[in-house]
Design a protein around this ligand. Structure first.
Ligand SMILES: Nc1ncnc2c1ncn2[C@@H]1O[C@H](COP(=O)(O)OP(=O)(O)O)[C@@H](O)[C@H]1O
Ligand SMILES: [Mg+2]
Length: 250
């Protein structure tokens, strides 16, 4: 199984505004970070890969197959959306429903195997069992992120798109979450958007810096430089780059 994604000459226009333009990227097994300020188009890129946004130009190729604008072809892709707390379901229901919705064949109702698979997946993301029957809104930020990860993992996708998976997690929880995703990247293609490129650094193959129609892609050491970060983050790049050096030191 290859799990490669090729993005070719992608252009996305939303409400008459060009959000992404002339974007060419290739991903294979391993972890890739997509960084950039708020509004730079990170979520738009992930949703376009999933086929939820139709690009005005260009193609999304998954393992050699053109899946542009075809969400039904995106079955190999697990998607963890940016965190929101308004889901009126329990943790267990969210994961089980995701499994059932991804079933190509009927019946879509749950069988014993499905319950077992949902439980197994919640265990694999280390969500304590006493949380499974809680409503999503009653869970902590870190617990919600685990539920959303389990929701994406339950149908065994080869590709994972994770939109700011570390937001609302406390510092210790972030480290644990990063390790979990790092382990998954051994045999999956993972795209992670984040505001802090340092946390995933140990597992990162390449970083894409995105700011609307501007982007750069490369190895972390070639991307996390003042020059490139400055083009996207302006003044605050100095802080970000200092942070990289601080992290390098230990
Ligand atoms: N459905 C939409 N319709 C119109 N504009 C949108 C839509 N979704 C996002 N945008 C705009 O596209 C830009 C990029 O947004 P987004 O991809 O969410 O950025 P990021 O995830 O990097 O913060 C923003 O200016 C946002 O307002
Ligand atoms: Mg976003």
């Amino acid at each position: 199984m290859a799990c490669t994604i090729d993005i070719r000459d992608l252009e996305v226009v939303l409400n008459g505004e060009v959000i992404l333009k002339d974007l060419n990227l290739s991903f294979e097994r391993g972890l890739y970070q997509i960084i950039g300020p708020n509004g730079s188009g990170k979520t738009t890129l992930l949703r376009t890969i999933l086929g939820l946004i139709k690009p005005s130009r260009g193609k999304i190729i998954l393992d050699g197959e053109d899946i542009t604008g075809k969400p039904e072809k995106a079955n190999k892709i697990g998607y963890m959306p940016q965190l929101s707390n308004e889901i009126p379901l329990t943790a267990f229901e969210i994961v089980l429903d995701s499994l059932l919705l991804h079933r190509k064949r009927f019946p879509r109702f749950a069988r014993r195997r499905d319950f077992e698979k949902a439980m197994e997946t919640l265990k694999s993301v280390h969500l304590p069992e006493d949380r499974w029957k809680k409503l999503f809104g009653e869970l902590s930020g870190g617990e919600r992120q685990r539920v959303l990860l389990a929701r994406a993992l339950v149908y065994d996708p080869e590709v994972l798109l994770l939109d700011e998976p570390l937001s609302s997690i406390d510092p210790l929880g972030k480290v644990e979450f990063v390790e979990m995703i790092g382990k998954l990247s051994r045999d999956k293609t993972i795209l992670v958007t984040s505001h802090d490129p340092i946390l995933f650094l140990d597992y990162t193959k390449e970083i894409v810096v995105l700011n609307r129609t501007f982007y750069r892609v490369g190895k972390p050491e070639d991307i996390l430089t003042l020059e490139i970060l400055g083009e996207v983050y302006g003044e605050s790049a100095v802080k970000l780059e200092e942070h990289v050096h601080i992290s390098d030191a230990h």
